[in-house]
Design a protein around this ligand. Structure first.
Ligand code: ATP
Ligand code: CA
Ligand code: CA
Length: 424
């Protein structure tokens, strides 16, 4: 399920990795950021900047606690993406990630072995990726950039940076930084990871009863009779964006991606488990408070917000939400710029006459870096022997994209509710 992580302290096995990742980001990103903006050149897409950290330091890199090497890939491209298209404030981005070395580790929720880390304010996710995914992202970066530029409201994962840490014994860890689709202080009551495939796409319902935060799959969606409740306008807009995004993914020959759907029921609110969305440094029973913004000049500047976060986290008792307002991160910040993340950080359900309903959806297309390689072709062959070749998850990219898009259309109100998929 979403957003349950363990804080990484100094005694954690991945503390050194976290330290190195954050130090690399802090130095590399601020170095690029300090330069005067210039138009991108074709070389910027393949650029990589190397940093070598050690305990002594030199004029280029400050001393670090450990020896390691760091690579920053296409820094100018990601900088432009962050600033111009993802609407991130540069200082805010760096402060969120690195002002304090606090990450929480979700571990490895998928089968791929990737690790997920949340920034301390839960806005950003660091995902370690396989070398092949890393190579692939570099290859498609010009097309990704172009898509983001022409589709400001895309549902695709927003990639903010691509980096690599190399440890002294030679191990290389590649990672991306991306948006957390789920809001920092709102409960997500149900989560679905939908691919439009039905074979093996069931999370056992008995297990789901014990673990209500589990990420459910396509067949759970169908058997629970879920529908994306969206009025005609939102439905049309979402359908069109999904169409464009899946066209891009088809043209990139990727597959295995999914639509992540988080459902927040406004009547249930945050009572159940507010803790799980919040770092453990918060007092566990702290209610999520919505107070009026403080009317101090500059109080809502990104620096001030970040500073308040740091204060709150360094001394939660004193600076807990009772005395310091939690910035309204759901609606403030970058999300206000995006059509599908505008309502409390997500998309509010509406009825047929476009009136608001009591549900907020958090939607996005995730896990978009798996090309249809020979490995997948092989998997397709083996799985295809025992099940219908068209319903299994690894089908060729064209078919995958079409099936994905039809499924997403079907699960919206007015669609076929996935019934067609059930009877297939
Ligand atoms: P696999 O390849 O086995 O599917 P993976 O390691 O590539 O797994 P993902 O599919 O990217 O992992 O994500 C696994 C889970 O992590 C998702 O089902 C979702 O619950 C959570 N997750 C991934 N990306 C995000 C995101 N951007 N925002 C919120 N949650 C996310
Ligand atoms: Ca996945
Ligand atoms: Ca994956």
């Amino acid at each position: 399920g979403p957003l349950v992580g363990n804080l990484i302290g100094e005694d954690h096995v991945n503390y050194v990795l976290m330290y190195n990742m954050l130090t690399g980001i802090r130095i590399a990103v601020s170095r690029c950021q300090a330069k005067i903006r210039r138009p991108l050149t074709p070389d910027d897409y393949t650029a990589r900047h190397k940093y070598s950290f050690d305990i002594v330091g030199n004029e280029l890199t400050p001393s670090a606690k450990y020896d390691f090497k760091f690579k920053d890939y296409a820094p100018w491209v990601f900088r432009e993406l962050r600033e111009d298209y993802f609407h991130l404030d540069p200082a805010d981005y760096l402060l969120s990630l690195t002002a304090k070395y606090i990450l929480s580790e979700l571990g490895s929720p998928g089968k791929s072995g990737s690790f997920f880390y949340f920034s301390r304010d839960y806005r950003f996710i660091i995902k370690t990726i396989h070398r092949s995914e890393h190579k692939f992202l570099r290859k498609i970066l010009p097309k990704y950039y172009e898509h983001i530029k022409t589709n400001p409201h895309t549902l695709l994962s927003r990639f903010y940076g691509l980096h690599r840490v190399k440890l002294p014994h030679g191990r290389k860890i590649h990672f991306v930084i991306m948006n957390n689709l789920f809001p920092p202080h709102r409960d997500v009551h149900e989560t679905f990871d939908l691919k439009g495939s039905t074979v093996g796409r069931l999370y056992p319902e008995e297990k789901a009863k014990e673990n209500p935060r589990a990420t459910l799959k396509d067949l759970n969606w169908i058997s629970r009779g879920k529908v994306l409740e969206l009025g005609p306008e939102k439905r049309a807009l979402l359908t069109e964006q999904l169409r464009r995004d899946s066209e891009l993914l088809k043209s990139l020959h990727v597959m295995d991606y999914s639509l992540l759907v988080g459902i927040h029921n406004m009547r249930r609110g945050n009572r159940d488990n507010v803790r799980s969305n919040t770092l453990k440094v918060f007092s566990p029973n702290m209610p999520v408070m919505r107070r009026k913004p403080t009317q101090v000049k500059g109080a809502s500047s990104p620096d001030a917000i970040a500073l308040r976060r740091i204060m709150r986290e360094s001394d939660p008792k004193r600076f807990g939400s009772e005395t310091i307002k939690l910035p309204d991160e759901d609606t403030a910040g970058e999300r206000q710029h995006f059509l599908f993340y505008q309502d409390e950080g997500g998309l509010r359900a509406t009825d047929e006459v476009n009136d608001n309903m009591d549900t907020i959806y958090y939607l996005g297309i995730i896990d978009t870096l798996t090309p249809y390689t020979s490995l997948k072709k092989l998997e397709h062959f083996w799985k295809g022997l025992s099940a219908d070749r068209h319903k299994i998850s690894p089908v060729p990219p064209q078919e995958y994209g079409d099936r994905f898009f039809s499924f997403m259309k079907a699960i919206m109100r007015g669609g076929e509710g996935g019934a067609r998929f059930k009877s297939e």
